[in-house]
Design a protein around this ligand. Structure first.
Ligand code: HEC
Length: 217
């Protein structure tokens, strides 16, 4: 083909390229927005209307610390704890080692609980979505009630103390100078104990969830 006949096609290629671009923008951005914009989307304050029992239990377990940082275990305190807890989860890159999605493959529901469904992610705590991309540690979207809040405190302070051989880093700065739980320890535990709390009793229906194994000597 001579160069002059190629030049004849240049405008067609340009127009086709622009059309593909417009089609792509419509199909992948405008169309999903049009079809999803009426889905109910929960704000943190709406989520916090249901205070899970674990939050009240934390107020009983750590009365002084809880009072100092959160006051009474009411809906306003729970909203604050969720906000801070999720912020800590993002800032400390917990999502680098933990996912928040039970996929419908590899019998994941036997390890973690019911397979995740879309409306679980239609809330302000999933902005940006914290699905995660790899699992150095277990999935956390069904973590509510799997362990006691005491367990989480000990775990954040020194993971191998409760899970021998754990490679999870310790988070000493979540605690106050005297070693008692600080604002971050309480908030991130409240957040973790909320994940999956909308699925009744799931934590107690996981017979095959592998127990922590002591490291082989
Ligand atoms: C370097 C990777 C890594 C990072 C970062 C990390 N974890 Fe972990 N996490 C693990 C591993 C591995 C385990 C499993 C062993 C254990 O229990 O410690 C685990 C276990 C857990 C468990 C217990 C899960 C269960 O069901 O037994 C929770 C809860 C948890 N992590 C929360 C967090 C939070 C919150 C953060 C951020 C503050 C975090 N992790 C950061 C690797 C990590």
């Amino acid at each position: 083909m001579s160069s002059s006949s190629m030049e004849r096609f240049a405008p067609i290629v340009l127009v086709a390229g622009l059309l593909f671009f417009l089609f792509g923008t419509f199909w992948q951005a405008v169309a999903p927005w049009l079809s999803l914009r009426h889905l109910p989307y929960k704000s943190i304050d709406e989520i916090a209307q249901t205070v899970p029992p674990t939050f009240r239990m934390m107020a009983d377990d750590y009365p002084d610390e809880f009072k100092k940082y959160f006051g009474e275990p009411d809906t306003a305190a729970f909203a604050r704890a969720l906000r801070i807890g999720r912020g800590v989860y993002v800032a400390e890159a917990c999502w680098h080692c933990h996912t928040q999605q039970v996929r419908p493959v590899s019998n994941e529901e036997l390890r973690f609980g019911p397979v995740s469904y879309p409306s679980e992610y239609a809330n302000a705590l999933q902005l940006p979505p914290l699905l995660g991309t790899r699992r150095v540690g277990p999935d956390l979207i069904r973590e509510a009630g799997v362990h006691s809040s005491d367990w989480h405190m000990a775990h954040f302070k020194n993971p191998p103390a409760v899970t021998p051989g754990s490679v999870m880093p310790s988070y000493g700065w979540f605690f106050d100078k005297d070693g008692s739980p600080g604002e971050r320890a309480l908030a991130v535990t409240a957040y973790i104990q909320w994940l999956g709390s909308w699925i009744p009793n799931h934590a107690y229906e996981l017979p095959t969830r592998p127990a922590a194994q002591p490291e082989k000597q």
